[in-house]
Design a protein around this ligand. Structure first.
Ligand code: G3P
Ligand code: CA
Length: 256
């Protein structure tokens, strides 16, 4: 009996995280991609967070604007006004997303409020000093503390959120370039501050998932886009999946 949850993961329910929004259908990390994620009833929309030169929080995966806009340069060296002047849609599709801008986190919260949950990822926290404080302040301002989870490759960054809240779900991210293994000692260390692990699906296996779950942690692999991998992830007993195609994951689960 596999069902999909609409809040935090409960037993036998698998959370769907719309990775950079429903980014299989719209330019990643834009309001269009996030709106699609919300409309497809993903449990979370996933947002990569960076700070501009003038300290504004924006949704962008890469260190530079080069790949996902018509501009060039590092986010940390550009003001919000400079970034707002860029076209964040045409690289993806020349006609459909011409007016797309890079959104701020505030704009995303304004657009969707409590209609969804937010999987917020702190990117390069070592270069983005003060990022965690600003993110948490904004979450509180919008009264969304029950609607967010935080993920990061940086333990230090996650700890800054744990200092501020015992309840916010935290996910430690890993990226493996070879078949993934994880020691009991590391699992124990992570359990002391986080609620789950996110890792690249293609390098994990059923045994990895079992170990993570036995340690009492949630397992959310990324980025699961192909149907065969979705089926596999469900069979392995994952607690959530990050996908660019939330609708496709629902279809797969419905047929199982
Ligand atoms: O959702 C997990 C995933 O977002 C981490 O990798 O590179 O897509 O941010 P990345
Ligand atoms: Ca991400």
């Amino acid at each position: 009996d596999i069902r999909i949850n609409n809040l935090l993961p409960e037993e036998h329910k698998i959370a769907i995280v719309a990775h950079r929004g429903s980014s299989g259908y719209a330019p990643e990390c834009t309001l269009s991609a996030y709106r699609l994620g919300v409309n497809m009833k993903a449990d979370y929309i996933e947002i990569d967070l960076r700070q501009t030169l003038d300290g504004e929080l924006i949704a962008m995966h890469d260190e530079t604007v080069n790949r996902t806009t018509n501009g060039s340069g590092a986010v940390k060296n550009m003001t919000l006004a400079e970034i707002k002047a860029l076209d964040a849609g045409s690289w993806y599709n020349e006609t459909e997303f011409v007016d797309e801008k890079v959104p701020t986190l505030r704009e995303i919260f304004e657009a969707f409020g409590k209609d969804t949950h937010y999987m917020l990822e702190t990117k390069a926290p070592e270069e983005n000093s003060g990022l965690e404080e600003k993110v948490w302040a904004l979450v509180k301002e919008f009264e969304l503390t029950d609607h967010v989870a935080i993920q990061s490759f940086s333990k230090e960054s996650l700890l800054k959120f744990r200092e501020r809240s015992n309840n916010v779900p935290l996910f430690q991210l890993f990226w493996y370039d070879r078949p993934a293994q994880i020691s009991e000692a590391l699992l124990e260390e992570i359990s002391a501050y986080a609620n789950g692990i996110g890792a690249n699906f293609l390098r994990i296996n059923e045994n990895y998932v079992r170990k993570v779950k036995q340690a009492g942690l949630l397992m959310y692999p990324y980025t699961v886009n192909h149907k065969a991998n979705m089926t596999k992830a469900v069979r392995w007993g994952v607690d959530g999946v990050h996908t660019d195609y939330p609708d496709r994951f629902k279809e797969v689960v419905d047929k199982m």
